[in-house]
Ligand binder design. Structure first.
Ligand code: 1OR
Ligand code: 1OR
Length: 289
């Protein structure tokens, strides 16, 4: 039976805006999406309110409409803040996916609002949809070079236990700038061009941008801003149609923690590669400046 919460125009607009960038919803077809939107209900929260408590059973999945939220995880009985949500994002998928207790406590740090989606609808539509996709991608995930330091069983465990953390096969059409805030990307097919701006050369082609790298199947990008907490160091463009696996920052930290050393080593190599490419006379603008 379908659940429908009637909504005002204002609510519908806000809901649509809040759900626009939710990776979990990206693979749904229009009919599934409309059932999900119908079933969502608005919940106002006060500053200090616990939206989710670690250890509880899962009731709803939540999409943030507005407000800031802290993520607390208990370690040896002591709660530690491991991250925050700032006016966007979603949480509460893990307990619904795996029938496990809530893995973290989510506390509102301002008055705000979230959109809830009940467990039954979430499982019926979203879990089913993602399980199918994940099956399709198992071989690809096992072949990723930067995961080879993990044992095969471990890799699959990571990617299947992250489940809702990865959103598979997002298609990016030709020549579009690839921009999704706070996301990490693995190229599944097609080619991605990474460019940086040149200092004092606003008049050269493509607004002074210069190509610094090209990525294809199995390679990743977008890790740097997530690791360093700085703005994106470069821009990424799709050359033709590109399909990527996309992870949000929470999933990235949760799942790729064990690969972090490899990524950091590769980041240390960026500087070296740059000298090889352009010599020591680098006129690439410093993005953090
Ligand atoms: P849930 O249903 O378990 C709590 O309820 C939610 O917090 C969880 O789903 C995720 O959506 C969200 N570890 C576990 N859960 C997290 C984490 C997280 N971050 C957000 N959630 N970690 C933090 C990663 C930045 C790992 C900490 C070791
Ligand atoms: P991000 O999150 O900063 C842009 O978003 C991405 O481009 C970045 O993560 C990397 O994944 C990717 N310097 C910085 N980022 C690079 C570089 C790079 N190459 C690829 N990316 N280089 C040094 C330039 C000073 C590489 C030169 C070959």
């Amino acid at each position: 039976s379908r659940i429908i919460y009637p909504k005002t125009d204002d609510q519908r607009n806000r809901l649509q805006e809040a759900c626009k960038d939710i990776l979990l919803f990206k693979n749904l077809d229009p009919e599934q999406m409309s059932q999900v939107l119908d079933a969502m209900f608005e919940k106002l929260v006060e500053g200090g309110e616990h939206v989710i408590d670690q250890g509880d059973d899962g009731d709803n999945f939540y999409v943030i409409d507005r407000g800031t939220y802290d993520i607390y995880v208990k370690c040896d009985g002591v709660g530690r803040c491991v991250g925050t949500y700032d006016n966007r994002g979603s949480f509460g998928e893990l307990a619904l996916m795996y029938n496990t207790p809530r893995a973290a406590t989510i506390i509102a740090t301002s008055p705000g609002a979230v959109w809830g989606l009940d467990r039954v609808t979430f499982r019926r539509i979203i879990v089913k949809n993602n399980a199918k996709k994940r099956k399709m991608y198992e071989n690809f995930i096992q072949s990723l070079p930067f995961l080879t330091s993990l044992e095969v069983s471990f890799q699959l465990h990571y990617f299947s236990s992250c489940g809702m953390g990865i959103y598979l096969g997002i298609k990016i059409s030709s020549r579009l700038k690839i921009y999704m805030a706070d996301c990490f990307f693995i190229v599944e097919s097609g080619e991605v061009r990474i460019t940086m701006k040149r200092k004092n050369k606003q008049d050269v082609e493509e607004n002074g941008a210069v190509e610094i790298a090209r990525y294809s199947r199995g390679q990743y990008f977008g890790e740097l801003a997530l690791v360093t907490n700085k703005p994106r160091a470069a821009s990424a463009f799709a050359l033709g149609t590109v399909k990527c696996l996309v992870m949000d920052v929470q999933a990235f930290e949760r799942l790729l923690g064990p690969c972090m050393e490899i990524m950091k080593r590769n980041i240390a190599n960026y500087e070296e590669q740059l000298v090889t490419l352009f010599g020591t006379n680098m006129d690439i603008a410093d993005p953090s400046a």
